[in-house]
Design a protein around this ligand. Structure first.
Ligand code: ZN
Length: 64
């Protein structure tokens, strides 16, 4: 049996390791698609990222 294996064009995850993986028309896997969709909600870049990090550090300092 020679089943072809598809590899994500973004992260190199393949259909051999993850049997439930799906790919879009550009060959990007469902895990990357989920990340790209949720990235703006959880990943803060540049000045906004620095401010969020400083806030988180201060918040956690107060907890201890
Ligand atoms: Zn991927």
């Amino acid at each position: 049996m020679n089943k072809s294996i598809q590899i994500c064009t973004n992260c190199v995850m393949d259909s051999h390791d993850d049997k439930l993986i799906t790919f879009d028309s550009k060959g990007v896997c469902c895990h990357c698609q989920k990340y790209f969709k949720e990235e703006p909600l959880f990943v803060f870049k540049g000045k906004e990222g620095e401010l969020k990090l400083a806030e988180t550090i201060e918040k956690n300092k107060r907890r201890w």
